[in-house]
Design a binder for this molecule. Structure first.
Ligand code: PHE
Length: 345
């Protein structure tokens, strides 16, 4: 009797070994038939009580081995069916099909304009200097020859930090000029791009925050002719070869002499249009020879060295270039506006 039961176990194992379901449904039927709670293996277990005691241990081992074998066979069949399914899915893939184009983002017009300005001054050997936006009064004003009570402070309405008469949001990147000159011996040839703040009423033409690029060149024998030549080069690179510049005397506390620079209107070539208000000229920047008092303040001997400086608003250049008529558009981050600009630069 026991031998017959042992034979059943062996037969069942052979049967399982031969089973070869190839679809998920057939596999599930296999699992129910052999491994299910009412499956063939469970059925054979029922003979346990009929096995004589001295062979019970042997029977238990055989049954465990059978269960183990059936489980392994099931896992093996399952992974075979799954990988066949994946290959089937892969067969539909056309590897020669062209890829989906990725939409390009857009750069902000202020960044596009700044990048152009930087590229032009790099050609002339200027390097980039950056520093803090929260400044102290000394670097923003006093070092730049604008001591307290100087009427020129009114030119740049200032945001002071709460409860402070000392710390402020920089009103120009001249503070970076001051910091660079304190740190570095001439020759110094830098441009200082960055965000600046002024307490102004926000309108289509002015904003309480904007960006500037200031330039500084300090060395022996730097002259006004060098300044003029540098600005002419910049204007021609920025607005086209035929551009002319015009310097009008002006006033800044930190430069002497000082000038404001106009370029021939690049929209109408000087004929007169609404961008240049029918004058043929567009103002683009302020400049001058660094005042000897500024050099003294930052520890550079004005008897040995001289320098020139200039400063321009980036938004203004961007508005001229892209014919944007409201500065607020540059700060609102409206995607419909921004996506009109390319990311080519
Ligand atoms: N700092 C000046 C401004 O913000 C610009 C400037 C810089 C003018 C350097 C002359 C020389 O208005």
């Amino acid at each position: 009797m026991a031998d017959q039961i042992f034979q059943k176990v062996a037969d069942l194992q052979a049967q399982i070994a031969q089973a070869n379901p190839t679809t998920p449904e057939a596999l599930e039927a296999f699992r129910i038939q052999y491994l299910g709670t009412k499956g063939a293996i469970k059925e054979v277990f029922k003979y346990f009580k009929e096995i004589p005691n001295e062979r019970k241990k042997e029977f238990g081992q055989k049954m465990n081995a059978l269960k183990e074998f059936a489980n392994q066979h099931f896992e093996h069949l399952k992974s075979q069916i799954e990988s066949a399914g994946e290959q089937q899915e892969g067969a539909d893939l056309d590897l020669t099909a062209p890829g989906e184009p990725l939409p390009l983002g857009a750069r902000h017009p202020v960044s596009l304009t700044l990048n152009r300005i930087i590229d032009i001054f790099k050609k002339l050997g200027f390097s980039i200097a950056e520093d803090r936006e929260i400044e102290d009064d000394w670097h923003n004003f006093t070092a730049m020859n604008t001591p307290e009570d100087h009427p020129a402070r009114d030119m740049q309405d200032t945001y002071y930090l709460r409860n402070s008469t000392e710390m402020l949001l920089r009103t120009h990147t001249s503070s970076v000029q001051a910091r660079t000159m304190m740190r570095q011996k001439p020759p110094i040839r830098i441009i200082a791009p960055g965000r600046v703040y002024r307490n102004e009423t926000i309108s289509a033409r002015s904003h309480a925050q904007f960006h500037q690029v200031e330039g500084l060149y300090v060395d022996k024998d730097v002259s006004f002719a060098d300044l003029k030549q540098t600005l002419l080069f910049f204007a021609r690179e920025m607005y086209g070869e035929k551009t002319k510049i015009r310097l009008r005397p002006s006033y800044f506390p930190f430069t002497e002499p000082s000038a404001e620079v106009d370029v021939t209107c690049f929209i109408c070539d000087g004929d007169g249009c609404n961008i240049c208000k029918y004058t043929g000229w567009v103002e683009i920047l302020g400049c001058g020879m660094v005042d000897p008092a500024v050099l003294k303040n930052v520890g550079i001997d004005p008897d040995v060295y001289s320098g020139f400086a200039f400063g321009m608003g980036i938004e203004r250049q961007a508005m001229l270039q892209y014919k944007i008529n409201d500065i607020r558009l540059l700060f609102e981050n409206d995607a419909r506006f921004l996506k009109q600009f390319s990311s080519a630069f």
